[in-house]
Ligand binder design. Structure first.
Ligand SMILES: *Cc1c(COP(=O)(O)O)cnc(C)c1O
Length: 381
């Protein structure tokens, strides 16, 4: 076949500056290269694995795999509606909540409009805004967290969608319910607030979120949650969005009818009822965070207190180098240079044994590397 080029104007021009998601190597490949067993703490997956009840339910459902899934996700939406005291018409399902971020962006944004979020937040927000040729407005952060005052001051009549990840990925920080109340009060009815609560189950704060009240009051919100984190089903791709029934109806018109697979629906339904697995996952994560909060500062590294299942770490060094050094020790973490944070790593909380291994590796890292004195820290103002 001859190497023929695509017509230059075939691909929309806004895609030229968009960088693709760069996945890490499969862990098996890393292990083969290193000749040692590696641990992967790079994608905020549940270290305890999937809910055993979900696995059992999928096993029983395998032989129905020739059937298309239920396009309405009836039983899963019904269970979620019951559980969360919202109506079924206020819920839509997605192939992971990231699909719902992209669909909502496609629905509401376009050229001449604006998408608003914070710097150093979930990269899917920025990427989906840019993919539809919309201007991305990023407010500065405060102490590695969303600054909702700075965000509100950037609302314009062109703003159609405001994205908040709470807790935030990659920094693990929280915004309080009362702060979001105030932002929502200032939000013009020409805009929708997208509240991404992927890590909500790990949060242990009384003033965390009023998101379900907003949904019940039919405010201009879309609340996103996922089965990828505490339920341990990231590989299946299932999440859900809750919001105004008309917004949900519009999303249902543009999604692919079978966007959530049969097995994913079956597994999610079973996982919702597996309270034991959720409790164990949350408890194990809490112990891990306590360990890191205590031990990381002792290594002379800057630990940002986390409300999620990962933590954000300023190494004060070229984090790409740190990442490679940790990789050689069989510990796979996420360096954050790709999002403009060249001195920061994100580390997923693992099992107790994995966490000990991370700490040992970090200790080795700080005792062997160059002094950090001449380096400027990347803390935003
Ligand atoms: C992990 C994560 C999600 C979940 O993505 P899925 O597509 O549901 O796997 C959503 N938002 C944020 C901020 C996340 O970190």
């Amino acid at each position: 076949m001859s190497a023929k080029k695509l017509r230059a104007d075939l691909i929309p021009p806004q895609l030229a500056s968009l960088r693709p998601y760069i996945p890490g190597k499969p862990i098996e490949e890393v292990e083969r290269e290193l000749g040692l067993e590696a641990i992967k703490l790079a994608s905020n997956e549940n270290p305890l694995g999937p809910s055993p009840k979900a696995v059992e339910a999928m096993r029983a459902a395998l032989t129905e795999s020739h059937r298309y899934p239920d396009a309405a996700g009836y039983y899963l939406r019904q269970r979620l509606a019951e559980r969360l005291a919202v109506s079924m018409e206020q819920i839509t399902l997605g192939g992971g909540s990231t699909e719902l971020i992209q669909l909502t962006t496609r629905l509401l944004l376009g050229p001449g409009l604006e998408g608003l979020t914070s710097q150093y937040s979930f990269l899917v927000f920025a990427q989906s805004v840019q993919a539809v040729g919309t201007r991305l407005v990023e407010a500065p952060m405060k102490a590695w967290g969303f600054d909702l005052e700075a965000l509100a001051s950037r609302l314009t009549e062109r703003t159609r969608l405001v994205y908040i990840a709470n807790p935030n990925n990659p920094t693990g920080t929280l915004v309080r319910a009362t702060e979001v109340d105030r932002l929502l009060a200032r939000l013009p009815d020409s805009a929708v607030l997208l509240l991404d609560e992927a890590y909500c189950d790990y949060v242990d704060e009384p003033d965390y979120s009023h998101s379900l009240d907003y949904v019940r009051q039919q405010r201009n919100v879309l609340v996103l949650r996922t089965f990828s984190k505490v339920y341990g089903l990231a590989g299946l791709r299932v999440g859900y969005g809750m919001g105004h029934p008309q917004l949900i109806a519009a999303l249902d018109k543009i999604r692919s009818p079978f966007n959530v697979s049969r097995l994913a629906q079956v597994a999610a339904l079973a996982a919702l009822d597996d309270e034991e697995h959720v409790r164990r996952s949350v408890e194990s994560n809490r112990r891990g965070l306590e360990l890191f909060a205590r031990e990381i500062p002792r290594l002379g590294l800057t630990y940002v207190p986390s409300h999620a299942n990962f933590f954000f770490l300023e190494t004060g060094n070229d984090a790409e180098q740190d990442f490679k050094a940790l990789l050689r020790m069989g510990v796979i973490v996420r360096p954050l240079a790709f999002m403009g944070l060249p001195r920061a790593l994100r580390v997923t909380v693992g099992t107790e044994e994995e966490n000990r291994r991370v700490l040992e590796a970090l200790k080795k890292l700080v005792t062997t590397r160059q002094p950090r004195s001449e380096l400027v820290r990347g803390q935003p103002a």
